[in-house]
Design a binder for this molecule. Structure first.
Ligand code: XMP
Length: 317
């Protein structure tokens, strides 16, 4: 019978055998899968695992520095790459959701390929692919679709010609978490809500600018911190905020305001395929709404999304 401990023991032994003195490059996303894959490979080959964590400019507030710090604390050989400017340039003027996804996917590939070339003699690409990724057909919105559409125009990037090592490709999500726990991955990473690869770019309806990202990061942080403070974070499957391309009239003191509207979204789900809007307490929503309007400059209205999936999706784009 399967236990996380025995899985770690056999997998680390197999990885040692398979990888020997070879070098592996792996892209960390801050999520559970890539983190657990990195921890396992690190146990097997130590510093020969080169991890890359890219700041694409559309991460959550303080996520880049916070997650990078926890990876370093775990002993991983990780390089943080600030590529914000490159992503903002690629995103400039794009409003179509799929165009934004493609721009982010392509830029990520360019950045990662560049970084992989800096590692002399690297021969493997490590990936956090889990069993459902292997068996399920690739979602139209997924990153692989982006990679595919990129190939059609640009040819295969070099890092994709590397041999692939995927130590989690027989595991389900809860098994991945159990393995991560055994390896000492912090709860902050293990219990993290899913977060889309294109990040806040698909939660900013319309074009993406650094100024809009900054506003949405503040709103999102107040919402997520509030959920954690009130013990609600672990009760919802995913939560986040959307910056709408809408301004509304408000009043502040004697002044009329004309500012942005944000929508909060929290859902319960098992696998993200279907989802119900989370019935968060009114009291909580009232407090968060006040906090956001009082503290985030440029936002004067907060709405809560009460749509389920289907027919609505979790993300708005
Ligand atoms: P939807 O919006 O389709 O989302 O109900 C289902 C789950 O998938 C995530 N999602 C993405 N993840 N790249 C990703 O890596 C994407 O382009 C993407 N689009 C949606 C979404 O956050 C939710 O967890």
């Amino acid at each position: 019978n399967w236990t996380a401990e025995s899985f770690v023991e056999t997998t680390v032994a197999q990885l040692k055998e398979k990888l020997g003195d070879d070098k592996v490059v792996l892209g960390l996303s801050g999520g559970v899968d890539s983190s657990v894959a990195a921890m396992l490979i690190h146990q097997a080959i130590g510093k020969n695992l080169y991890c890359i964590f890219v700041d694409n400019g559309v991460l959550r507030k303080d996520e880049f520095s916070g997650v990078l710090e926890s990876y370093k604390t775990l002993g991983l050989n990780v390089k943080g790459v600030d590529a914000k400017a490159q992503f903002y340039t690629a995103l400039a003027g794009l409003s179509d959701p799929e165009a934004k996804r493609k721009a982010i996917g392509k830029t990520f590939i360019d950045v990662f390929d560049h970084e992989a070339h800096l590692i002399e003699g690297v021969s493997w690409l490590g990936q956090g692919t889990i069993y459902p990724d292997v068996i399920e057909s690739v979602s139209v919105k997924g990153p692989s679709a982006t990679i595919k559409s990129h190939h059609n125009v640009g040819g295969l990037p070099d890092f994709m010609k590397l041999k692939v090592v995927e130590p989690l490709n027989t595991l389900f999500k809860d098994e991945v978490r159990a393995v991560g726990r055994t390896l000492g991955l912090p709860e902050a990473i293990l219990g993290r809500h899913p977060f889309p690869g294109p990040g806040l770019a698909i939660r900013i309806l319309g074009d993406v600018t650094p100024e809009k990202v900054e506003i949405l990061q503040q709103v999102d942080a107040l919402f997520i911190d509030g959920l954690k403070r009130d013990g609600l974070y672990d009760k919802v499957w995913q939560a986040g905020a959307m910056l709408l391309p809408v301004q509304s009239v408000g009043v502040m003191g004697d002044e009329r305001t004309y500012e942005r509207v944000v929508a909060l979204r929290a859902v319960t789900s098992v696998d993200g395929m279907t989802a119900d809007w989370a019935h968060l307490p009114y009291e909580f929503l009232a407090n968060v709404s006040n906090e956001i309007i009082n503290r985030v400059k440029g936002v004067n209205r907060v709405v809560y999304d009460i749509s389920s999936k289907p027919p609505a999706t979790i993300e708005w784009e």
